[in-house]
Write a new protein. Structure first.
Length: 133
């Protein structure tokens, strides 16, 4: 949790992080929530969709961390992000389409919201995600 709301992604990566399971709940807070996420490859090596719930989150920024520990260009979503600037333009969900992979990939997710923050993530093969919408 970043109470200052000013930490960079690099500064967050340099700090120790606490492991959590399934759901993260911080209640109503002005702090920025940072989550480090490791995602297994999809069963057939296809692209993966990362879904972030609930759908009432203001700003989401997702950074992929490469094998050398460097941050790649951020992807954005969230209710306050213009539709044209969202990684997957949707008024209903906050999804990120992740690259096909043969090994685990690690991401850093920055969440800033004015609503209560009870965050749940789901990752699934892109083919499965498309058939469920």
């Amino acid at each position: 949790i970043d109470e200052s709301r000013a930490l960079s992604a690099d500064a967050v990566l340099a700090r120790p992080m606490t492991s959590v399971e399934h759901t993260v709940s911080t209640g109503f807070t002005q702090a920025v929530l940072w989550l480090k996420i490791t995602i297994d490859p999809a069963p057939k090596g296809e692209q993966t969709v990362l879904k972030v719930f609930p759908n009432v989150l203001d700003y989401l920024t997702l950074y992929r961390i490469d094998a050398a520990g460097h941050l790649m260009a951020p992807l954005r979503s969230g209710d306050m992000v213009p539709l044209a600037e969202r990684h997957v333009p949707s008024l209903i969900t906050h999804d990120f389409l992740l690259p096909a992979a043969t090994q685990r990939l690690t991401y850093l997710l920055r969440i800033e919201t004015s609503s209560g923050a009870t965050i749940r993530l789901a990752a699934q093969a892109a083919d499965n995600a498309a058939s469920q919408t």
